[in-house]
Design a protein. Structure first.
Ligand code: CA
Length: 235
């Protein structure tokens, strides 16, 4: 895949010692790792950070691995390696067709996990076109008012963030300036169309640093703005 950055692995494991051990082995193998222990934290984290692979334990506090795997497959093709404590469980999991890329049985050695991670990443390695597409995709980090594309990120002001979140949440839809004002000013303060335009201008400048040469927020003459990723330079 992208050779100039380490691949990022999300380790979802509620045994803290095991999670740390896995993270250490993954780091030694040249990956970066982030650990989560609670099932409820997984989907928001994956949406915000788009990891390269997820190592997903089946039994977790909060939400179980089955449910998480299904939900993640609803919006992402990220490789998933599921870990379960029972070898006989694997047949059942295969039968459920969850969309996981591999299954590994506990207890495992961290070395074995790293070997599986490598093998799955090799097998699912994307074409240069797909890799480019992934780094061209914007992801919103709602907690931090940031937007990311691959490893690049931009900090937005609260107004820019709400403005972009509205557009981003409905690709292709045209928002009038009035509709955008409603989204960003809950108190209905009177602001002019020019205020929206000037926020859009600043937002575009930040996004163009993330996606050089691409315009993702398009002006629609006489109507407003729409978000449409993956199109050329016209605006
Ligand atoms: Ca567990």
């Amino acid at each position: 895949m992208n050779a100039d950055r380490p691949q990022h692995i999300l380790v979802v494991e509620d045994e803290a010692k095991l999670a740390r051990l896995l993270a250490d082995y993954l780091a030694a193998a040249g990956y970066t790792a982030h650990c989560l222990a609670d099932g409820r934290e997984v989907v928001p984290w994956v949406r915000a950070h788009a990891p390269d692979l997820i190592l997903l334990d089946l039994m977790l506090p909060g939400r179980d691995g089955l449910e998480l795997c299904r939900e993640i497959r609803g919006f992402s093709r990220v490789p998933i390696v599921m870990a379960t404590a029972r070898v006989e469980e694997i047949d059942r999991l295969l039968g459920l067709e969850l969309g996981a890329d591999d299954y590994i049985c506990k207890p495992y050695s961290p070395r074995e996990v790293v070997a599986r991670v490598k093998a799955v990443l090799r097998r699912t390695a994307s074409t240069p076109e797909a890799a480019k597409e992934a780094s061209d995709r914007l992801a919103l980090d709602e907690a931090g008012y940031r937007v990311r594309a691959g490893e690049r990120e931009a900090e937005l002001t609260a107004v820019e963030f709400h403005l972009f979140a509205a557009l981003y949440g409905a690709p292709g839809r045209i928002f009038s300036r009035g509709q955008l004002m409603d989204r960003i000013y809950a108190d209905q303060r009177v602001v002019s169309d020019r205020t929206i335009d000037s926020h859009i201008k600043k937002l575009r400048r930040k996004l163009s640093e993330l996606l050089p040469g691409q315009e993702v927020i398009h002006s629609v003459y006489g109507a407003g703005y729409r978000y449409e990723p993956g199109r050329g330079g016209e605006s």
